[in-house]
Design a protein around this ligand. Structure first.
Ligand code: IMP
Length: 422
């Protein structure tokens, strides 16, 4: 039995905290897409940990953590992350398993990302520059290297062949790559060797065996639905399938194994990088949300763009993934506001096309509904019925609009600050 946990906006919804909160009920946590562009923040015993590639169940004893075939791995960054996580007390050697089919981010992929963004100028995607897109391009271009390839005596030749192709691109862009490549290469090979000391598995068989043994699996997504390669605000997207269907491809899972899909959203919206953001607050209020919500990237430290909750976009994400239950994050950030807005629709868009094909370059005007705010500090509340009435009305409105129950409300970074509704 597999449940899927996804972000429904532009990433950074707080999947790390919730995955960590939910993992005691699961035997396995499996990441199915993305790579070290993700940053999942977990707060354990008051200490903050950021995971980029390692699944969020790593701090739980007896939890099997799988990096699926759909994930892309930077050996240098994964090694550093593993070392940091071991130092924080997690038995990573016993708990982490890596799909042999997961693709490798080469040092040249990172540089290709930088070269491509530089060449795009004003049109840049705002990539995290972790080499994600070039790695997935090589995967679909059938010239990528997988972590299992490191067992082959041909590995260095495969690497050299891939690099040759990349060098021709650097020359085309006139991008200086030699120094940085020379700096990273030996560290990269050492890190690949280091990772060979961890459990590397045929993950599709590994996972199906666990499922047939009756284990409960949580498939953990990264980024968010609006960054999905097909359905996000293309081309300002990431390079993988971030919706629930991605869990099937990224883990070798048949759809019939998927039991429940849980979608996470913030009580407002944030986005890092470029691209359309209809409800963006490019003003003092936006800065207030950024500061109060500490909206600075966990991976890159970049300030996140902020704005009101966007219901057409949220409903679109719910539809794409067949979300059964919602989790609302960071509701506490909205405390103290007189009025809270949420976009109900976009001007001129019909019910059939609540999210237009292309909002890039066009002005989509959101139509807002205003809600009275609440002044109480809700971060100290532990029971749903103790929440201010105005806030409970806001929740009920969202549920009615989305036609999906909100099962959990997060009111702070700590595990304790989580209200689970019966
Ligand atoms: P890339 O995935 O690094 O190529 O970045 C593509 C776009 O996705 C950029 O706008 C990034 O800021 C955004 N992005 C990638 N990963 C994350 C994430 O984990 N959270 C939020 N945004 C992300």
């Amino acid at each position: 039995m597999v449940d899927v946990l996804l972000g429904l906006q532009w990433g950074d919804e707080g999947k790390g905290k919730i995955a960590d909160f939910l993992t005691p009920s699961y035997d396995v946590v499996a990441r199915f897409q993305g790579g070290p562009n993700a940053g999942h923040s977990l707060e354990i015993n008051g200490k903050k940990h950021v995971l980029n590639t390692i699944p969020s169940g790593i701090f739980h004893e007896n939890c099997i953590n799988l990096i699926g075939n759909g994930v892309v791995i930077d050996p240098i960054l994964l090694r550093a992350e593993i070392e940091k996580t071991i130092a924080a007390g997690a038995d990573v050697r016993a708990r982490l398993h890596i799909s042999k089919k997961a693709h490798l981010i080469l040092p040249s992929h990172r540089l290709l990302d930088a070269a491509s963004e530089k060449a795009k100028g004003e049109q840049k995607i705002g990539s995290t520059l972790r080499g994600i897109s070039p790695t997935y391009q090589d995967k679909t271009g059938r010239s990528g290297l997988r972590i299992g390839d490191a067992d082959s005596p041909e590995f260095k030749n495969l690497y050299a062949r891939a690099l040759e192709k990349h060098i021709s691109v650097f020359r085309y862009y006139e991008f200086p790559y030699e120094e940085e490549l020379a700096r990273l290469e030996s560290e990269w090979f050492e890190a690949v060797e280091y990772l060979r000391g961890f459990s590397q598995v045929n993950s599709e068989f590994f996972l199906h065996r666990l499922i047939s043994e009756g284990k409960k699996v949580l498939a953990e997504g990264a980024q968010g639905s609006l960054l999905d390669l097909d359905f996000g605000s293309y081309p300002y997207v990431t390079s993988s399938s971030t919706i629930s269907g991605g869990a099937c491809v990224g883990l070798g899972l048949a759809p019939k194994h998927i039991n429940k899909v849980t979608g996470i959203f913030k009580a407002y919206c944030t986005r890092v990088g470029s691209g359309p953001f209809p409800t963006e607050l490019d003003d003092e209020l936006g800065q207030y949300l950024r500061d109060k919500g500490n909206e600075y990237g966990a991976t890159t430290g970049r300030p996140r763009r902020t704005g009101w909750l966007d219901l057409p976009a949220l409903k679109y994400a719910i539809m794409l993934s067949g979300v059964d239950e919602l989790i609302m994050m960071k509701a506490d950030v909205l405390s103290g506001m007189d009025t809270i807005n949420a976009a109900l629709s976009y001007e001129g868009c019909t019910d059939d096309e609540q999210c237009p094909f292309n909002i890039q370059g066009t002005t989509v005007t959101p139509i807002y509904k205003s809600f009275p705010g609440w002044q109480e500090d809700i971060s100290v509340i532990r029971e749903y019925h103790q929440l201010p009435e105005t806030f409970r009305n806001y929740i009920q409105f969202m549920e009615a609009e989305c036609q999906v129950p909100i099962g959990i409300i997060s009111i702070g970074p700590d595990r304790e600050q989580t209200i689970q509704r019966k």
